[in-house]
Ligand binder design. Structure first.
Ligand code: G3P
Ligand code: CA
Length: 257
């Protein structure tokens, strides 16, 4: 029991439900996380921000317009203001009243032992001490949590504050100014920062050489966001550790497991 609590018992290719089962339920809500677990996803991914009053809110965008119909800037709003909004109706009438959850409300949906959460930090490193405080009591379930971040400073700070958690660096294939990202440099930075792996976008030039280069460096390798069966099969055959998807049922069928 202790071992299963300490390490997530994940299957060969880990199926990560992107923002929960976001194809069917409103992304980043308790409903979407519960639906992902019901459909036997190995993991859920969520996005997090720090609110004006120092709490953590779970949503993808820096404002609430797209998912609630009301325009509020997350970092300029209190958690209570954000949780008063309806984050479900935009997806389907039946989800009316679904809230923007807190981090802990989201984590509480996770079954004990075999599943895990990928926590994507969307804001700056100022959230890291808050994360460390809120996650203190989750340490016995360390294998069930990991942090992902595009921002190098965020990833570095997270690893320093939460050395018991895995931290993966996210990267698109191009920088913000549209230059190709140098994989060799990215791997070197990830190793220098003491991180556990990479979580790369589907648009990278996925091939055996790429996977080998990452694995030979002793890093785990994940890919987002994969919504077509042919891509699932191609990436699983290359030996990625996990696949992030809006449709975990499709991925499970494509993997035939
Ligand atoms: O899992 C990583 C992926 O979620 C990054 O992209 O925009 O969906 O947060 P985004
Ligand atoms: Ca994300």
């Amino acid at each position: 029991l202790l071992l299963s609590l300490l390490s997530a018992n994940v299957s060969a290719t880990e199926i990560v439900a992107h923002r929960g089962f976001s194809q069917r339920a409103p992304e980043n809500t308790v409903a979407a996380f519960n639906l992902a677990w019901e459909h036997e996803s190995d993991a859920c991914e969520l996005d997090l921000y720090l609110t004006k009053d120092g709490e953590i809110a779970i949503l993808h965008d820096a404002d609430t317009k797209r998912t609630t119909g009301v325009a509020k800037i997350v970092k300029e709003s209190t958690l209570a203001e954000l949780q008063a909004l309806d984050a479900g109706s935009w997806k389907a009438k039946g989800y009316k009243g679904e809230k923007i959850p807190t981090l802990i409300e989201s984590l509480k949906t996770m079954p004990i032992g075999k599943k895990r959460f990928f926590l994507e930090v969307k804001c700056g490193p100022e959230v890291v001490p808050v994360l460390a405080k809120q996650l203190k009591t989750w340490r016995p379930r360390a294998g069930q949590l990991c942090i992902i971040a595009f921002d190098r400073t965020v990833a570095q700070e997270a690893k320093k504050a939460l050395p018991w958690m895995k931290v993966y660096r996210l990267s698109s294939e191009k920088t913000k100014d549209k230059k190709p990202v140098d994989l060799t440099q990215l791997i070197a930075d990830t190793k220098a920062d003491g991180l556990d792996g990479l979580d790369l976008g589907l648009k990278w030039a996925w091939n055996e050489a790429l996977v080998k280069q990452v694995k030979d460096a002793g890093l785990e390798l994940y890919v987002w966001t994969v919504n077509k069966p042919a891509d699932v099969k191609r990436l699983a055959a290359l030996g990625v550790d996990g696949i992030t998807t809006d449709d975990p049922v499709m991925v499970r069928i494509a993997l035939k497991k």
